[in-house]
Structures are given as structure tokens and as C-alpha cells.
Design a protein around this ligand. Structure first.
Ligand code: ZN
Length: 248
């Protein structure tokens, strides 16, 4: 049994090494996501400034068309004035002309506002474009570098995992299965007894369990966390007892 326990401890060392390597692989994901989000935000701000510029340019064109219409109306009414016979009709036509002229002034004011917006949009677009040009390639290169570093780290995991599996194959299948079942619950599956307690969950063990662990004739399971408990061999680092303090 002792030999089997030390083999399982060795297997656990393999598993912990694989887990550590996998943690390193996983750490790439948020970094890649952050760079990708930065790229997306660059694209979004470039697009939104371009969209706003396009919309305002179109609006300006529409307003200019309206000015044109009103001016044509003024010309048309001016030409019609001479043909009018009655004073009232003449007056009515004059007020129509006034209204059209007023509309022209109002629309021209709106055009000025839109032109200011276009100027601001254009500035924003150029800034976004400049930032995009300078940052896009850097960010893309960063993402590419992180992706290839992650791929390399994954290869290391696979190699280490293969090493672990090869070692596991040399152990009795039943005890590996038992170990894996406990390990699946998370954390270490096999822990040392520390100060007569479970090294995993720190539950104080009964005297009977302590004896069983020390005898190491069969796997002893913690009643609380189901981990396999072993009695550390002298070579396994156990917390050192504090040195007796010098007499004062
Ligand atoms: Zn426990």
C-alpha cells in the first residue's frame, strides 16, 4: 500500500504540473480578448465618425435643395406679380414671396449649423483614422503574438499530459480510477496528515483514523472531504516544529 500511495502522490505531482500549465494557457484568453476589444472599439469609433459625417453631408445637400426650391418659388412669384390685376391678389403674392424669402434665411441658418457639425465630424473622423492606422497593426500583431504563444503553451500542456497519462498507465487501474474520482471534486485528491488532521480540509481525525493512516495498509479517506490521507514519510516536507526558545 505504501508504494501505491507514493505512486499516487507522484501522479498528483504530474496532475498539478498539468494544471499549472493549463492555468498559464487560460491566462492568455483575457489578454487576447482585451486586445481584440481594443481593435473593435477602434473600428467602431472610426465607423461612427464616418457615419455621422455621411449623414450630415447628406442633410446639408437636402437643405441646399430646399433653399433652391424656395428661391425658384421667389423668382416664379416675382414673374407672376406683373400679371396680377387686383390689389388683393398682388398683396397676397407679395406675402407669399416674403414667406419664401424667410424660409430661405431659416434654412440657410440650419445649413450653417450642419456645416459646423460636418467640420467637427471631419476632425473626429481624421483623428479616428489616424489612431486606427497607427494602432491597428500594433494590436493585430499583439493578438497574433498572444495566439501563437498560447498555441505553444498548449503544446507544452499536451506533452506534459501525455507524460502524465503514460505514468498513470503504469499504476493499477483501480487505484487510478479511485484517485481520479476524488480529484474530480477539485483540488488535491491525496493529502498528507498534518497535526493529526486532514491536510485538505483540516478536519481533526479520530484516533482510529490516525492509526490507520500511520499503518498505511489501505487507502484512508477523509470523512469530510473524501481525500486520501497519507502519513508523510520523513523526506516529505512537513511543517517544522518551532525551535525551543532559549531560556531568558
Ligand atoms: Zn478532509
Amino acid at each position: 500500500m505504501l508504494e501505491q500511495l507514493s505512486s499516487l502522490i507522484e501522479l498528483q505531482r504530474h496532475d498539478s504540473a498539468v494544471d499549472d500549465l493549463q492555468t498559464k494557457v487560460n491566462a492568455f484568453d483575457p489578454r487576447i480578448a482585451k486586445k481584440t476589444a481594443e481593435l473593435d472599439s477602434l473600428r467602431t469609433s472610426l465607423k461612427s465618425s464616418k457615419d455621422s459625417l455621411t449623414a450630415n453631408t447628406l442633410k446639408k445637400k437636402q437643405l441646399e435643395g430646399q433653399v433652391d426650391e424656395q428661391q425658384k418659388l421667389v423668382q416664379k412669384h416675382n414673374a407672376e406679380l406683373n400679371s396680377l390685376k387686383s390689389n388683393d391678389a398682388y398683396k397676397a403674392m407679395l406675402s407669399e414671396i416674403q414667406a419664401a424669402k424667410k424660409a430661405v434665411t431659416d434654412i440657410e441658418d440650419q445649413i450653417l449649423v450642419v456645416m459646423e457639425a460636418i467640420e467637427a465630424d471631419d476632425r473626429k473622423f481624421k483623428e479616428a483614422e489616424k489612431k486606427f492606422k497607427s494602432d491597428e497593426s500594433v494590436l493585430k500583431a499583439d493578438v497574433q503574438r498572444l495566439e501563437s504563444e498560447k498555441a505553444a503553451a498548449l503544446e507544452v500542456v499536451s506533452a506534459r499530459k501525455a507524460e502524465r497519462d503514460a505514468f498513470a498507465k503504469t499504476l493499477p487501474a483501480a487505484s487510478v480510477t479511485q484517485y481520479e474520482t476524488v480529484r474530480k471534486r477539485g483540488g488535491e485528491a491525496i493529502v498528507p496528515m498534518i497535526n493529526n488532521s486532514c491536510g485538505g480540509c483540516h478536519l481533526a481525525l479520530t484516533q482510529n483514523k490516525i492509526n490507520e493512516v500511520k499503518k498505511a495498509k489501505a487507502a484512508v479517506y477523509c470523512e469530510s472531504c473524501s481525500r486520501i490521507i497519507y502519513f508523510p514519510a520523513p523526506t516529505v516536507a512537513a511543517p517544522a516544529a518551532p525551535a525551543p526558545s532559549a531560556a531568558s
